[in-house]
Design a protein around this ligand. Structure first.
Ligand code: NAD
Ligand code: DAU
Length: 330
C-alpha cells in the first residue's frame, strides 16, 4: 500500500492488522510533512516500511512485482496547500498514480484506487440530489482536479490495458491521526490551546462526514467483492455545516458555542458535498458502524487530548502557514 504514514492509510494499516492478522503489509511512503511514522509505531514490527516516492518508477516496479494487491492512498491531500503551490499535487497525484498504474499493468497486480467526492465539484445547499457514480466530473481546486486526473488515468488503464482496478470516492473523513491542518483537528487543537476556532466565510459550507474506520471497512468490502473496472461511492449520510461542527467541538470541550472567529474564505470554496452510497450498500452489503457523528466527534476530541505528543510538533508550522497564506479574522 502507499501513503500508510498518512491519516487514512495509517488507520487502514491498524484496521487491517486487527481484522486480518495474517496480512503482509508493505507501506511505501515519502514521509512528506503529512506523513508521520509515529502513527505506525505500535505496529512497526508487523509491517515492512519503505521510505520512498510513488513517482520513483524502478522502486515502485520492484515493490509491485512482489505484491498481490496495491491499495493507493498516497496523495497531496489538502485543498488550501494546493492553492498556495499546485505543483506537488500534479507530481504526486498525477505522475505518482501514472507510475503505479504502469507497474500494476506490467505485473498484472490487482489495484484499488482511493479517491475523493471532490472530483464531482459541489452542490447547492438546497439541491435534492446527491453525488452518485453517474455524476459528471467537475472538480474545482488544484487538489480535486489532480485527483480527478488520477481517477481518469485508472479508468483508461482499465479499459485500454485490462488493468484489474476498482476506484472508491469517499466523503470527508474524521478520526485519529488526522493532520492538524484539516478542519476538525485544527479546531480541536486550537480549542485545547485556548485559541478560537476559525470558520471560513460564513461557515455554511456542508461536508458529509464519515469516520475513517468506516471508510476503510468500505475499501475492504470493495477489494473483496467489488466488480473490476467499477467505481463505488463511500459515504455515511453525515452531512453537517462547518458552523455546526465547530459549535459541537466547543460544546464538547466545555466552551461557549459562539467562541469562534470568522476568517477569510477559501478561494473557489466548494459549498456542499453529499454522497449517495446506495450502490456500495446494496451490491456489497456494506454499512457504516459509526452512525452517531456527535459520539464519533467526542471520541476524536478525546484522542487529541490523549495524544498531544503526536500532534504538537505539527501545530506551530501549520498555523504559520495559514498566517503566511493571508488568513485574517473578518
Ligand atoms: P494525508 O495527507 O494525511 O496522507 C498522505 C500520505 O501520503 C502521507 O503519509 C504522505 O507522506 C504520503 N505521500 C505524499 N506524497 C507522496 C509521494 N509522492 N510518495 C509517497 N508517499 C507520499 O492524506 P489522507 O487524508 O490520509 O488521504 C489519503 C487518501 O485519501 C488521498 O488519496 C486522499 O485524496 C483520499 N481521501 C481523503 C479524504 C479525507 O477526508 N482526508 C476523503 C476522501 C479521499
Ligand atoms: O471531501 C473529501 C475531501 O475532504 C478530501 O478529498 C480531502 O483530502 C480532505 O482534505 C477534505 O477536503 P476539505 O477541503 O473538505 O477539508 P478541510 O478539512 O480542509 O475543510 C473542511 C471544511 O472546513 C471546508 O468547507 C473548509 C472549512 N474550513 C477548513 C479549515 C482548515 C474552515 O472553515 N476552517 C478551517 O480552518
Amino acid at each position: 500500500m502507499t501513503g500508510g504514514a498518512g491519516f487514512i492509510g495509517a488507520n487502514f494499516v491498524h484496521q487491517t492488522l486487527a481484522t486480518r492478522p495474517d496480512a503482509e503489509i508493505t507501506v511505501l511512503d515519502a514521509l512528506t510533512y503529512a506523513g508521520n511514522e509515529e502513527s505506525l509505531a505500535s505496529v512497526r514490527d508487523r509491517i515492512e516500511f519503505v521510505h520512498g516516492n510513488i513517482a520513483d518508477a524502478p522502486l515502485v516496479d520492484d515493490l509491485v512485482q512482489k505484491s498481490d494487491l496495491v491499495v493507493h492512498f498516497a496523495a497531496e491531500s489538502h485543498n488550501d496547500n494546493s492553492l498556495s503551490d499546485p505543483w506537488p499535487f500534479v507530481q504526486t497525484n498525477v505522475i505518482g498514480t501514472y507510475t503505479l498504474l504502469q507497474a500494476v499493468r506490467e505485473h498484472d497486480v490487482r489495484y484499488h484506487h482511493i479517491s475523493t467526492d471532490e472530483v464531482y465539484g459541489d452542490l447547492e445547499l438546497d439541491d435534492p440530489e446527491r453525488f452518485t457514480e453517474a455524476t459528471p466530473y467537475n472538480p474545482s481546486s488544484p487538489y480535486s482536479s489532480t485527483k480527478a486526473s488520477s481517477d481518469l488515468i485508472v479508468r483508461a488503464w482499465t479499459r485500454s490495458f485490462g488493468v484489474k482496478a476498482t476506484i472508491s470516492n469517499c466523503s470527508n473523513n474524521y478520526g485519529p491521526y488526522q493532520h492538524v491542518e484539516k478542519f476538525i483537528p485544527r479546531q480541536i487543537t486550537n480549542v485545547l490551546d485556548g485559541v478560537r476556532p476559525k470558520l471560513y466565510g460564513a461557515g455554511l459550507n456542508v461536508r458529509d462526514w464519515i469516520h475513517v474506520d468506516d471508510h476503510n471497512s468500505a475499501v475492504w468490502a470493495i477489494i473483496d467483492g467489488g466488480e473490476l473496472g467499477q467505481t463505488y461511492l463511500i459515504g455515511a449520510d453525515g452531512e453537517a455545516n462547518n458552523r455546526t461542527v465547530v459549535e459541537s467541538v466547543l460544546e464538547i470541550c466545555g466552551k461557549g458555542k459562539t467562541d469562534f472567529d470568522f476568517v477569510t474564505d477559501r478561494p473557489g470554496h466548494d459549498m456542499r458535498y453529499a454522497i449517495d452510497s446506495s450502490r456500495l450498500r446494496t451490491e456489497l452489503g456494506w454499512e457504516p458502524r459509526y452512525r452517531d457523528f456527535r459520539a464519533g466527534l467526542e471520541a476524536t476530541v478525546q484522542w487529541y487530548r490523549d495524544n498531544e505528543a503526536w500532534w504538537r510538533p505539527q501545530k506551530d508550522a501549520t498555523e504559520q502557514a495559514y498566517a503566511k497564506a493571508g488568513e485574517r479574522t473578518l
